[in-house]
Design a protein around this ligand. Structure first.
Ligand SMILES: [Fe+2]
Ligand SMILES: [Fe+2]
Length: 136
């Protein structure tokens, strides 16, 4: 299980709440390992909708603070969303239990390596930038 910590905050309540929800989504994906394709697909599509919504809200925030690295950040979001789609497709196309388990495991690793690390890394960078702007 992964839990939210205050040090993960990006200084915006709404975005923090969405990040908490995304961390919860990682735990949901892990649990789906013990489930099956039919149950997994609607849950994964819901996570996908949350992810799309979150990247949209984060972009609006970056525009509002005139964040200079917005373009590369948005590009990273596009990559993450495209890869998430590919992982959902792998789950949908799985024909055996073994293929399903492999697809969920790959998705679980992707959620940690890409989505979580992005939230704790690149997302924190706009927070650091915005905090230093407030101080100057
Ligand atoms: Fe984020
Ligand atoms: Fe982001």
């Amino acid at each position: 299980m992964i839990y939210w910590k205050d040090v993960y905050s990006v200084g915006v309540v709404k975005l923090d709440e969405e990040h908490k929800d995304l961390i919860e989504s990682i735990n949901i994906v892990d649990e789906l390992y013990y489930s099956n394709k039919e149950e997994a697909i609607p849950k994964l599509e819901e996570i996908n909708r949350k992810l799309v919504n979150h990247t949209f809200n984060e972009d609006e925030y970056m525009i509002s603070i005139k964040y200079p690295n917005r373009n590369s950040h948005v590009q990273r979001h596009t990559e993450i969303l495209e890869n998430f789609d590919k992982h959902i497709l792998l789950v949908k196309r799985s024909k055996t239990e073994e293929e399903y388990h492999k697809a969920i495991l790959r998705l679980s690793i992707f959620m940690r390596d890409d989505i979580l690390l992005h939230s704790l890394g690149e997302d924190r960078e706009y927070h650091i930038w915005q905090s230093s702007k407030k101080l100057s």
